[in-house]
Design a protein around this ligand. Structure first.
Ligand code: PGA
Length: 254
């Protein structure tokens, strides 16, 4: 089963508007260097989604970094999937470890956010991953399984087919320590097997599982060579346009 590789940049709370637009323009100028058959996604701060969707014939899909579980209403400071869906936003990152940790987003809430996205035609990029202690105590599979069960396993196979997964071990995020390709492949295969037992093999084989955590242009090729690694969710290295382009190219084996 051929899954289109997806290279996703998660900018987190970085860049000024000027820098964001310079990046977008620069990526467009280098479009000849971008390989066919690799999907590119950028998740800028939500304030920049509108100007970034104005770029003509963009080479990237846009994603929100979060969204509300509600569609509309008195929820000061929130942005909903209903609002995102009116724009050219195709994805929303749900359950990033920073949201889980700093904003106390738990499994029940995240399952509702996934539902809100799907209801409004936004594809959730659902993040799972263990922390260092869980890895050291060899509880990483149990942790990830728990996150999948509570966040996603209420979905039908048809709904699951619209989900992208991201395995992001917390100990690898922003630390410069990436998981080895063996560690990534082992977990990705485990996740796919678990998906298969819930929604069937055909759907599980369609779902893309990204790896995230200190991905850069030097380690991406090894990760992308793993059979169950279908792309990457890139933080720090997605802020530099040339490095991001190198990562995208490596997803096509270039
Ligand atoms: P990083 O972040 O690439 O800077 O480790 C990845 C992420 O948090 O998605």
């Amino acid at each position: 089963m051929m899954r289109t590789k997806l290279v996703a940049g998660n900018w987190k709370m970085n860049k000024t508007l000027t820098e964001a637009m310079e990046f977008a323009v620069s990526l467009q100028e280098h479009r000849d260097e971008l390989p066919d058959g690799v999907e590119v996604m950028i998740a800028p701060p939500s304030l920049y989604l509108v100007p970034m969707e104005m770029v003509k014939d963009p080479v990237y899909e846009l994603a929100a970094q979060n969204c509300s579980q509600h569609s509309f209403g008195a929820f000061t400071g929130e942005i909903s999937a209903a609002m995102l869906s009116e724009m050219r936003v195709r994805y929303a990152i749900i359950g990033h470890s920073e949201r889980r940790q700093y904003f106390h987003e738990g499994d029940t809430l995240l399952a509702r956010k996934v539902d809100a996205c799907l209801l409004h035609g936004i594809k959730p990029v659902f993040c799972v991953g263990e922390n260092l202690e869980e890895r050291q105590e060899k509880r990483h599979f149990i942790t990830v399984l728990h996150q999948l069960e509570h966040g996603l396993y209420h979905l039908s196979p048809a709904q699951m087919a619209d989900v992208v997964l991201a395995y992001e071990p917390v100990w690898a995020i922003g630390t410069g320590v990436t998981a080895s390709s063996d560690q990534a492949q082992e977990m990705h295969a485990f996740v796919r097997q678990s998906l298969a037992s819930h929604v069937g093999e055909a759907t599980a084989n369609r779902v893309r599982i990204l790896y995230g955590g200190s991905v850069n242009a030097s380690n991406s090729a090894d990760l992308f060579a793993c059979p169950d690694v279908d792309g990457a969710l890139v933080g720090g290295a997605s802020l530099k346009v040339h490095e991001f382009i190198r990562i995208i190219r490596s997803a096509a084996g270039l």
